[in-house]
Design a binder for this molecule. Structure first.
Ligand code: GLN
Length: 331
């Protein structure tokens, strides 16, 4: 069953969500990374990008904020693209921990694998897998090129954020060495940790994140630049990972309410994917107790419910085309 919606309906819904939640005061900025504490808390923006490249934006959608854990998605995709999805399953895994993103207990409990590339342990492990092994500069270039291709424009590290994270990331340092102890780091541990810290410090806008989400929705082809960024058969794998752990210990609540694969970051960004249809992104710094943006969650949930985007719903949404659309079929 299909239901057709228009870009005008999407625009109205996004604008209403913005007005509805602009005054929401719940949550507070992340404070364990000093830079994030000082980002203006009232910033708020929402972008929707369709798989034909059309987009709708409201609010502070050009502001570049720390991508943080949303960066776990592109790095997971990069290593899947380099090694194949099975190798990533075998070396890192695809099971949710049900525990906070930086949990050391989760590693001790799992001991022989770090569960999923979308928690800190699995993401550091994914950074260690990025090719070419042993060459920090070339690995970093591969990561930043890949993120930029997904976003359709250049991204760059926010230096102050990188310094702020590097001087306070003692917990992540323990994770890197614990993983080494369990033979789950596939390159130098300190280098892998530094790559992870740098990728978390990338500045992105809500517009860029929405294009990244739309590229995932469009099976690896960026709908704005038409660059083929990753293998089409990886979309179902990455969206399944996002569905099971995108909001850490609050993932079940999110999925129950929205039915959308999505990923949050402590910088306040969230991106969500409706495969074949659109990518969504919202940004607002104040977070709930699990590190997920309060306003961004509420806005995206509102949009999902209003437009009927829930993937578990038997009625699937398509957006009326303005002109013939180049279709990309997953696999
Ligand atoms: N850089 C942050 C950390 O490692 C990312 C956490 C997040 O966004 N959930 O703690």
């Amino acid at each position: 069953m299909k239901r057709t919606i228009t870009i005008e309906e999407i625009r109205k819904t996004v604008e209403t969500a913005y007005v509805h939640f602009r005054e929401e005061t719940g949550g507070k900025n992340a404070d364990y990374i000093p830079y994030l504490k000082n980002v203006p808390s009232a910033l708020f923006g929402i972008t929707v990008c369709l798989t034909d490249g059309r987009s709708v934006s409201v609010g502070d959608t050009d502001y570049r904020f720390g991508i943080e854990s949303v960066s776990k998605v592109p790095t997971a995709l990069l290593v899947m693209n380099q090694y194949g999805a099975n190798k990533v399953l075998e070396r890192i895994g695809a099971d949710a921990t049900g525990l906070p993103f930086n949990s050391i207990m989760a590693i001790l409990l799992e001991n022989d694998h770090p569960s999923t590339p979308l928690v800190n342990a699995g993401a550091i492990s994914a950074c260690s897998m990025v090719r070419p092994t042993g060459d920090a500069d070339a690995k970093w270039k591969a990561i930043i090129r890949f993120v930029s291709s997904l976003c359709g424009s250049d991204v760059a590290v926010i230096d102050e954020l990188y310094r702020s994270e590097s001087t306070t990331n003692f917990n992540n340092r323990s994770i890197a060495w614990l993983l080494k102890n369990y033979n789950r780091i596939y390159d130098d541990p300190e280098m892998s940790l530094d790559l992870y810290t740098r990728q978390c410090s990338l500045g992105v806008s809500a517009k860029q994140l929405a294009i990244m989400a739309a590229t995932i929705a469009n099976c690896g082809t960026n709908p704005v630049t038409w660059e083929e960024v990753f293998n089409a058969n990886l979309t179902p794998h990455i969206t399944s990972l996002m569905s099971t752990v995108g909001f850490y210990e609050r993932t079940g609540d999110w999925l129950y309410n929205t039915g959308l694969p999505a990923k949050s970051g402590v910088g306040g960004g969230i991106m969500a994917v409706v495969p074949g249809v659109m990518g969504l992104a919202a940004f607002a710094p104040p977070l709930d107790g699990a590190g997920n943006s309060v306003k961004a969650q509420k806005a995206l949930e509102y949009i999902s419910v209003r437009l009927g985007l829930n993937l578990f719903n038997p009625v699937h949404i398509e957006v009326a085309a303005q002109e013939p659309v180049k279709e990309k079929v997953c696999q």
